[in-house]
Write a protein that binds this ligand. Structure first.
Ligand SMILES: [Zn+2]
Length: 334
């Protein structure tokens, strides 16, 4: 009896080992689910999600409800998923423009072996609001990143429930005030829920649902920015993971120090990078609908959004589960 059952166990373990668990959970991230969320999140009902305004409150409720429904916890505990940011902080940092109270939304999966080491996956939840008669839906900017983070969280939660949860902890960070000057991420970096010294990486997603003019002919691409700036290891890992699982054309055009767009400094990851935390910024470049009321969910390429979301998931999976913490071997310079 004992002998027989031991044998069965070892066969089961072998089978388990042969299945790449990362693939199993990545494939739960689908174009269909991403689209289902984005057609709601970037609808007129959300009024362009301007920081502190009624549409942004609808947005944070949508994100919170998602985590509650999927039983993904808040790092603050209980029912409180919001990191409140007072009007005074936002206004002080917005070049004088008066802004109302706003909030980041945070959700958390605790690591099974190194729970104190935190992998952050971020996207900004806000957009430009309503100007005149026009509602700025911000489907690509950054509805695409927002729904990507939700789907990645759901995949990690499913893995956790089935006994394959990440070894390091994962913080799903939806920041407000990006369009007002990276304010939500600035607030988080100055009032972190987990010590920044224990924060291993920030994978930041801002616009991953579209194709820019440069890639019309070969649309299976994404721009990567910042991967090699603080950790050579992160860049290599990211390249290898892409080769192993996705084979997306990784374009480093905007990673060039001399690129006049300076995108490295222009989204929320920079508030981590300036504290010596390695980052990768995932981005599809600008396009004709960028910061216009025509950035709508019908124009998103959902298959590309799926591919890019899966790439971020695989990269996060590797960073969270690998033996050693990413090594920081370079310093941030401005
Ligand atoms: Zn954006």
């Amino acid at each position: 009896m004992a002998c027989g059952s031991r044998k069965e166990t070892s066969i089961t373990q072998n089978n388990e080992k042969n299945i790449d668990q990362a693939v199993k959970y990545a494939t739960t991230i689908t174009a269909k689910d991403l689209g289902m969320h984005l057609f709601v999140y970037a609808s007129d009902e959300f009024k362009g999600r301007e920081t502190g305004e009624p549409g942004q409150k609808i947005a944070v409720k949508y994100i919170k409800d998602f985590y509650v429904n999927h039983k993904i916890a808040s790092p603050m505990g209980g029912d409180d998923y919001f990191q409140e940011i007072p009007s005074a902080f936002l206004t002080k940092n917005s070049r004088g423009k008066k802004l109302k109270d706003s909030e980041n939304v945070l959700a958390f999966i605790e690591g099974s072996e190194k729970p104190d080491e935190i992998v952050v996956i971020s996207a900004h939840l806000d957009h430009l609001g309503i100007r005149g008669e026009k509602i700025y839906n911000g489907a690509d900017d950054d509805g695409s990143g927002t729904v990507a983070v939700l789907e990645i969280a759901e995949a990690f939660k499913k893995a956790t429930k089935e006994g394959h949860g990440p070894k390091r902890s994962i913080l799903f960070l939806h920041v407000t005030g990006e369009e007002k000057g990276l304010l939500g991420s600035k607030y988080y970096s100055e009032h972190p829920i987990f010590p920044l010294k224990n924060t291993v990486v920030d994978l930041n997603i801002d616009m991953i649902g579209r194709i820019d003019a440069r890639h019309k002919e070969n649309p299976n691409f994404v721009y990567l920015i910042g991967a090699d700036k603080l950790s050579s290891e992160l860049h290599t890992l990211s390249e290898n993971i892409n080769k192993k699982y996705m084979n997306i054309d990784l374009d480093y055009k905007y990673n060039d120090e001399n690129d006049p767009n300076r995108f490295y400094y222009r989204s929320d990851h920079y508030n981590f990078a300036k504290h010596q935390i390695p980052i990768i910024f995932y981005f599809n470049g600008t396009h004709v609908d960028y910061h216009k009321d025509s950035d709508t969910p019908d124009k998103i390429n959902y298959n590309l959004l799926e591919n890019r979301t899966r790439l971020v998931f695989y990269t996060a999976w590797e960073i969270a589960n690998r033996e050693n913490r990413l090594v920081v071997d370079k310093t941030e310079k401005r």
